[in-house]
Structures are given as C-alpha cells and as structure tokens.
Write a protein that binds this ligand. Structure first.
Ligand code: B12
Ligand code: SF4
Length: 637
C-alpha cells in the first residue's frame, strides 16, 4: 500500500498495545499461576476509545500483545501503536517493523502525548494528547490523502465528547479487571506529577448518561470488576458524590453486579459522607498516592493535601467503611535520609497496606520537578526513568548518596515482602477493616480453585514458616474478612515473586552455575557445533545475569532439539540467565521440533528472546505475548 494515499475502499485500522516489560503492576505470578483464564491485569482502554472515534465505515481491530501475539502481516492499511514510557522500546520496535513492511504507522498514547519529539524519526504520524478531536481530523486527512506528521491537542477536550469505548473489540475475559474513565485531571499540585501537565488541574467529567452506557456495555460482556481509571476520582467532591449516588442506584437496579475500585486523593478520608457513598456504591478498594509519612517531605513536594491529618488515622477511617487501601510511596525526596526507609517500613507495616507500590522519586519530562532538578544540576539526563519501581532513577538525592538510596530501597522491599511482614500487614489491616465491601468477584468453583492454587503454588512452596505466618494471619473468627486476606496474600506473593527475580543484584553463583552448565551443554551438542550446524555462546557481563545465545542453522535433526530442551529448561529453572535463540535457517520438517522446544520454554518466556530470519518468519509461530520476539532494530533508538 502506498504510504499516505487514500485506499480505494474503507481503511482498515489495526491498533496495537505493545508488550509491557514486567513490573510490579503486572502481578505476573497471580495472573499466570492463580487466577483462572487471565493473562493481564487491565485492558488497553485508550485503544478502545480511539476505535470508537473512527468513522463508522472503518474496519477496526485491536491486538493487545500482553495477551496475544502481534500479527506479522496483518490485513491493515494503518497501524496505530500506543504506549506508556515503559513500553517505548517495544512500541518503537513494532513501529519500525510495520513501517518497513509498507504500512502507514501512527504513534499515540501516554508517552507520545508527554514527549512527541521522541517519535519524530519513528512514526508516519504522531498523535500527541487526548485524541477525541485530533483523531477524527487525522482520519479525515488520511482518507483525503493528506495525513500530517503531527497532530497535537492544544485546547481542552470536553469529556462529554468522548464516545463509549469499543469494549466489543477487547477480549475482556482475559483481564482481571475492566476499566472505565469518568474524569481527567486533578486539582492538586504535586511537583513530580505528569498528570497535571498532560490533563490539567481542572477536572473534566463525562455525563452520568455516558457512564451508564459504558456500564451497560460492560454488563453485557459479563464484567464484574471495574477500575475507574481516573487520576483522582474526587478531584471535585460535589461531582464525585453525584457519580457515587448514581452508581449506588445503578448497582441497586442491577443486583450489585459490579465491584469497583479507583484512584483518589487522601482527603477522601476526611469526608464521611463521601466514604459512605463509596461504600454504598460498592467500591471495594481505592488507590491513594500517600508517598511518604513524613510531613516535611510532603510539603517539599507540594503534596499538602496529605498533611491535613495523621495519615494512619485517615487510612484507618477508610478501612472502617469496609474499603481496602492500595497505595503509592516514594523515596528520594529532598528531605529524605537513610532513616526514611525505616520510617516508611514502620508506617506501611502499621497501616496494613499490602499493595504498597514503593518507587524511587523520578523526574518525568515537563514536570516542575524536572525543571527544578535541572536548574539545580541534580538531573541525570539520560537515565532511564519510565518505571519508578526499577532500581535506578534520574534524580540525584540531596541528603543521601545515590547508591545508598538504591540499597535502602531494595532492602525496604525485601523487608516488606518477608512472610512475617505480609502476615503482620494482613492482621493490622483486618483489625480496622470491619465489614469489608469485598466478598470476591468469582463464582464458588473458581474461588475454590483460586484458594487451592494459592495454597499449593504460593503458601506451601514458601515452606513451613510461610505456612505458619499465613495461618496466623487469617481472620478465623471473622469469616467475612477471609476473601480479603486471601486476596492480600495473592497480591503479596506476586510482588514477592517479582522482587525475587527483578530487585536483586546478579548472584555470583549464577555465573558459576552457567559456566558449568555451558560446558555440559557444549558436550551434549558437540557434533552439531563441530560441523557448524549450530553455535552457542555464553557471556557473563559484569553486574548482570549470564546470557546464552544459540544459533540454529541447516542440517539439524530432531535429536538435537530433543537434547536441547531439558538442558535449556534446566538452565532457566536453576539460574536467572537469559537466553537468545537465533533461528537463521532450518529445514521445514524441523519447524515442528523448534515449535516443541519453544512450547517447553514458554514458562520462562520473559527471559527468552527469539530472532527469526525473514524467510522463516511466517512458518514459525512465536507467541510474542510470551517471548520477546525480536523485530527490526528501530531507527533513531
Ligand atoms: C489504568 C492505568 C494503568 C493500568 C492499566 C494499564 C493498561 N493496560 O492500559 C495499570 C495499573 C496496570 C498501570 C500500570 C502502570 N502504569 Co499506568 N496508568 C493508568 C492510568 C491511570 C489510566 C490510563 C487509561 O486507561 N486512560 C484512559 C484512556 C481513555 O486514556 P489514554 O490512555 O490517555 O488514551 C487517550 C490518548 O492517549 C489517546 N491514545 C491512547 N492510545 C493511543 C494510541 C494511538 C495509536 C493513538 C493515535 C492515540 C492513542 O486516545 C485516548 C483518548 O483520548 C494512567 C493515568 C492517565 N490518566 O493516563 C496511568 C499511566 C498511563 N501509567 C503510568 C505508569 C508509569 C505505569 C507503570 C509503569 C507504573 C509502575 N511504576 O509500575 C505501570 C506499567 C504497566 C504494567 N507493567 O502493567 C504513567 C505513564 C507515564 C507516561 N507518560 O508514559 C501514567 C500516565 C500515570 C502517571 N502518573 O504518570 N497503569
Ligand atoms: S494527587 Fe495525584 S494526580 Fe493529583 S497532582 Fe498529586 S500526584 Fe498528580
């Protein structure tokens, strides 16, 4: 298809959500091992909204690479790829791949909105900002054969103009929770926040009619759990109360069909009417940016809304309405010292907050924090800063050394995710959380399956000590609280599992183990190595886990693949090594053997990259939602 020319039939648009690198928010262990039939936490709501903004005669499809493979040669004229900062590398890879194959490629989403200049060399068109007005303009221009390279929203989008997202294009059964957005923007002034840069400080709202239509659409798709992805649902309390009253009536009419959750600021705790309404509408949890128990740090970062009352008192008041609290915490504020870690630990433990997302202070582009740190010479210009829960940031702390901050951060997580601390938090929460709104959104059969999996794969695998802490944390005399305790353990073990794999320095024993393993691997496939049918390399980079690269070429037989599988599996099971498989040339009958090999390695997919020659790409099916399927090296990255 010629780029930028109008097709003779209605355009076909494919929208792609690139694979996320794993983070705490992936809750990988819970999704893979415990929750029946799920592949990811939330669907790409931005893409479903964009799909609804297309002219009605356009054919639109959505592919979420977090639950299904990316298509190699889709029937599409335009490909739109979204992305947060954490997805940028994969987003860029996908854009380059599709562009090279002649598709017209558009980039959009959170990161393109915040820094469109990073896409200038990558995409044919960039959509920067909310898409409600600029996307229809692009569609018109595309059909007219004159698409521009950049569409930037500079005005204010009225959310009453936002359509009901095309939920029908999403496979909602594969996600733990569906999403819906009521408002954008937040009235507060937190110095590090990019939300107010992107969406402004005057919250904008959809109408209740729109919310009703979206809920009806979700109900029609059998959804039970809904996350209101507002930046701050109570940005305007009067409007929030109206919404909650509406939701209460909606739930009454529909037999309390939904469990809701949302993000809100801590000042919700000081309004009892609001809390009562949250409870009545059946909000089971709320995510709050607490950031720090230290008032000085909060004042410095201009988060003064958290300083009106003792934070523990606020959290416990929310609990007293039966609503669970998930929270974000930050270390690295200007007033933070090495003593801050202990203070954060004690606060999180006492508050009983189980899903405590602790992140390092990160300066996102265009935020006031970014400007200030640059002025002060405390910005590490090219440091990776798209995931604040990784070990590393672009901020130079003021009252501790950078390394001290990283060490303290990792140690804080290790303490929080010990079996004892998990159990202490369950108990500390349930002591104050009376009459929980949450009863578990699954049916009886699924509930038993979930508990059985948690016990076998999570609790017993953790040994006797974990079993002991699990048992002592359960509310034996208050069975109504049991589902929440179970949910907390699932979330905590998922976070622990992530931390065990990602928040640890490379283990010297991995290098030793990989060295030994490699020698025996070479022996096992010696004859293939000798005549050049395969090659294998081991690298032991300083400060990183071992890497093994295997190249397959012509002349391999089935025995080779059968020999490789148990050996590779052993390497991945016993160490944190990563594996790169390069498939240059293999004969057609060997494709099935390769496929079997991949099937056997799927459970370690997050550490396995696969590069396949152009000729074989259409013959070997690689599920890019499981493995990292290497595409083109993108231009400009
Ligand atoms: C829901 C949400 C999540 C969910 C679900 C994510 C998902 N699958 O989509 C969860 C909780 C899993 C999540 C996790 C994370 N998140 Co988040 N998340 C959000 C939140 C609150 C809402 C996003 C949303 O659905 N909005 C509703 C839709 C309708 O709006 P939209 O996405 O902005 O889309 C509009 C336009 O951008 C455009 N558009 C969207 N896509 C596309 C694509 C194309 C081709 C085009 C043309 C246009 C277009 O059209 C839409 C309509 O106007 C935002 C905050 C926010 N307000 O954006 C943060 C946000 C996107 N998350 C963020 C971050 C950092 C993360 C994490 C990295 C946090 C962490 N440290 O772990 C993780 C990483 C993800 C992971 N590993 O799973 C940042 C991203 C920063 C950035 N600019 O890149 C945000 C902006 C929050 C913040 N304060 O900074 N997140
Ligand atoms: S309360 Fe949250 S969304 Fe609002 S400005 Fe602060 S960090 Fe941003």
């Amino acid at each position: 298809m010629p780029r930028a020319h109008p097709p003779s039939r209605p355009p076909r648009l494919l929208l792609i959500n690139p694979r996320f690198p794993e983070s705490f928010w992936s809750f990988r262990w819970a999704v893979d091992e415990v929750l029946p039939g799920k592949r990811a936490v939330n669907p790409p709501l931005g893409l479903a909204t964009l799909a609804a903004l297309c002219p009605s005669h356009w054919e639109v499809e959505i592919v979420d690479e977090n639950i299904e493979p990316m298509p190699r040669a889709p029937h599409a004229d335009i490909i739109g790829v979204c992305g947060m900062g954490v997805q940028h590398a994969r987003q860029a890879e996908l854009i380059a791949y599709y562009r090279k194959r002649g598709y017209f490629v558009v980039a959009g989403g959170s990161y393109a909105s915040l820094c469109p200049e990073r896409y200038a060399q990558l995409a044919d068109t960039i959509i920067a900002g909310e898409a409600e007005y600029i996307w229809p303009q692009f569609c018109k221009d595309f059909e007219g054969g004159v698409p521009q390279s950049l569409y930037r929203e500079t005005g204010v989008v009225a959310l009453s103009d936002s359509p009901v997202p095309r939920f029908d294009l999403l496979d909602l059964d594969r996600y733990t929770t569906a999403t819906l957005q009521f408002s954008r923007g937040c009235p507060f002034l937190c110095e590090f926040c990019d939300i107010i840069v992107m969406f402004g400080r005057k919250p904008r709202y959809k109408t209740l009619d729109q919310v009703e239509r979206e809920l009806d659409a979700l109900r029609a798709r059998n959804v039970r759990s809904v996350f209101f992805v507002d930046d701050n649902l109570i940005g305007n309390k009067a409007v929030a109360k109206e919404l909650l009253r509406f939701l209460r009536r909606y739930q009454e009419r529909h037999d309390y069909r939904f469990d809701f959750g949302t993000e809100a600021s801590l000042n919700m705790a000081q309004d009892r009417e609001l809390l009562e309404l949250f409870r009545a509408a059946r909000f089971t949890w709320v995510f709050i940016g607490i950031e720090s128990p230290d008032a000085e740090a909060l004042r410095h970062t201009r988060k003064t809304q958290n300083t009106h009352e003792d934070i523990l008192t606020s959290v416990r008041r929310i609990y007293s309405y039966g609503i669970d609290v998930l929270a974000g915490f930050i270390v690295g504020f200007d007033s933070d010292t090495p003593a801050t870690f202990e203070q954060q630990y004690q606060f999180i433990r006492e508050s009983g907050i189980q899903v405590a997302m602790v992140g390092l202070l990160t300066a996102l582009p265009r935020t006031p924090l970014h400007e200030r740190l640059r002025r002060e010479g405390r910005l590490i210009e090219h440091a990776e800063c798209t995931d604040n829960t990784k070990i590393g940031t672009n901020v130079v702390p003021k009252r501790m050394r950078y390394e001290e901050m990283l060490d303290g951060y990792v140690a804080l997580y290790r303490r929080l995710l010990s079996d004892r601390a998990i159990a202490d938090r369950v108990r500390n929460k349930l002591r104050h959380l009376r009459r929980p709104v949450y009863h578990g959104e699954y049916g009886t059969a699924d509930k038993s399956r979930i508990v059985a999996r948690l016990l076998v794969k999570g609790i017993l695998r953790g040994g006797w000590l974990r079993l002991y802490h699990f048992v002592r944390s359960l509310p034996w005399l208050a069975p109504g609280k049991l589902p929440l305790a179970i949910l907390d353990w699932i979330g905590a073990i998922a976070m622990r599992n992530y931390a065990d794999r990602h928040l640890v320095p490379p283990r010297p024993r991995d290098a030793a183990l990989a060295g030994k393993w490699f020698a025996s691997f070479e022996r096992a496939i010696l004859r293939y190595l000798r005549d050049g049918r395969a090659s294998a390399e081991l690298s032991l980079p300083v400060g990183a886990s071992p890497r093994v690269k295997i190249r397959f070429t012509c002349g391999l037989d089935r025995a080779f693949f059968m020999r490789c599988l148990p050996l590779l599996e052993r390497l991945l099971r016993r160490s944190r090594a990563s594996l790169m498989l390069v498939v240059d040339e293999i004969e057609i009958p060997r494709v099935r053997d390769l496929q079997r090999l991949l099937h056997g390695l799927a459970r370690y997919g997050d550490r396995v990259s696969i590069e396949i020659s152009e000729r074989l790409r259409d013959l070997v099916a690689v599920d890019s939602s499981m493995f990292h399927l290497v595409l083109e090296r993108p231009r400009g990255t």
